[in-house]
Design a binder for this molecule. Structure first.
Ligand code: SAM
Ligand code: SF4
Length: 364
């Protein structure tokens, strides 16, 4: 190690600043501000999605199999550990957190995590704290979430037909979700509806759902089915290309592309007839990776740098190995150097699914 005769490292020498002929000018280096997370393709990582549980009170046919084996609870990060990890990311420039799952609102004491994280909204370190939910628990939690600074929420809803809803979710009650949406709106939370486009299931309903959502002032986003995890049936039977859905919508609506970008996969249009905004998430027919600003943390502390790739970093070991954040910060920095350029999903009539993880593990 280089150092001065006083034993003080040369780079933090406090020697006077006057020019010095005999020896090189001493350099004074201020303590480095925590470097932001920049991946090898110069993408800044400012958005973390956190799956707080792999469990859910529903079993949507495209997301889970009927008989899921859930993780043992002891494998899960505690809420305190999740809070600590989020703090590490926020210290490195992450500005947006999305809590997801499984169903985030079925995790016990989940509001405790929101309470802890909301302090970063107070300091301004965090721009947005939000969640993706199936809406079944919003009736209970919406008011408190709003008090904690949640301004927007994504609610996943694929149909407005109660029987279809029960069939898609294998057990859900549409009325409960609609009440949850109403509770969120009453609490002043902006709701966006996410609907997975499903061949032969809701494809004829999409235009009416848009009219409903926009009529209530809610944005809506359509999602293509992704080959994540094993489910009953064939993916190709569920897959409806959004290019087709869009062409059909254009028979009824005038769609004008918008420049809006979130660093994510959605591309937006304005629907002239409703005045509302409609998003399309098309990972299979369109590549959105070049502007990807996000990484995903599972409830067991695995960090996935890409939803569509298997590579992951184990942050739980680093977190538990030391009460100091240095180790886990180093693990995060190393993981970001492994963020791939993009995914390569393939929908094909073959097993296993292109990515063996269910969406409920990595978080949607
Ligand atoms: N339970 C919450 C919910 O449903 O909103 C949050 C987790 S869920 C995994 C997040 C989103 O992923 C939902 O909008 C859901 O429709 C979507 N999703 C799940 N599996 C999917 C798949 N295989 N392809 C595309 N979207 C999927
Ligand atoms: Fe549960 Fe959401 Fe998956 Fe449906 S999409 S099974 S609500 S995690």
């Amino acid at each position: 190690m280089s150092g001065s005769s006083s034993g003080r490292p040369a780079e933090i020498s406090s020697a006077p600043l006057q020019p010095h002929r005999a020896s090189p000018t001493p350099r004074i280096v201020a303590p480095a501000p925590a470097a932001p997370l920049i991946d090898p393709f110069q993408r800044a990582i400012t958005y973390l999605r956190i799956s707080v549980t792999d469990r859910c009170d529903l079993r949507c046919v495209y997301c889970m199999s009927e008989t899921m084996n859930f993780l043992p609870r002891r494998d899960l990060l505690t809420l305190e550990e999740l809070d600590r990890l989020c703090g590490v990311f926020i210290a490195r420039g992450v500005r947006k957190l999305r809590i997801t799952g499984g169903e985030p609102l079925v995790r016990r004491d989940i509001l405790h995590l929101f309470r802890r994280l909301s302090r970063h909204l107070g300091t301004g370190a965090l721009e947005e704290l939000t969640l993706t939910t199936n809406g079944t628990q919003l009736g209970r939690f919406a008011a408190e979430l709003a008090d904690l600074g949640v301004r927007r929420v994504n609610v996943s809803l694929d149909t407005l037909d109660p029987d279809k809803f029960r069939a898609i979710t294998r057990r859900g009650d549409l009325a409960v979700v609609l009440d949850g949406i109403a509770a969120a709106r009453a609490a002043g939370i902006k709701v966006k509806i996410n609907a997975v486009a499903l061949k032969g299931v809701n494809e004829d309903e999409i235009a009416d759902m848009i009219a409903w959502a926009h009529g209530l002032g809610m944005d809506m986003t359509l999602i293509e089915v992704m080959p994540l995890g094993e489910v009953e049936g064939e993916r190709t039977d569920q897959f409806l290309p959004l290019s087709l859905a869009r062409a059909r919508l254009e028979r009824r609506y005038t769609l004008t592309p918008l420049p809006d970008r979130t660093g994510g996969p959605a591309r937006y249009v304005r629907v002239a007839e409703t005045g509302g905004r409609l998003g399309f998430i098309t990972p299979l027919t369109h590549n959105f990776c070049e502007s990807c600003n996000r990484v995903r943390l599972t409830c067991t502390g695995k960090l996935y740098m890409c939803l569509g790739q298997e590579d992951a970093a184990d942050l739980r070991s680093a977190l538990r190995a030391s009460p100091d954040d240095a180790l886990v910060t180093a693990a995060v920095l190393e993981a970001i150097t492994r963020k791939p350029k993009g995914h390569d999903f393939v929908i094909a009539r073959q097993r296993p699914a292109a990515v063996p993880r269910h969406m409920s593990v990595t978080g949607g």
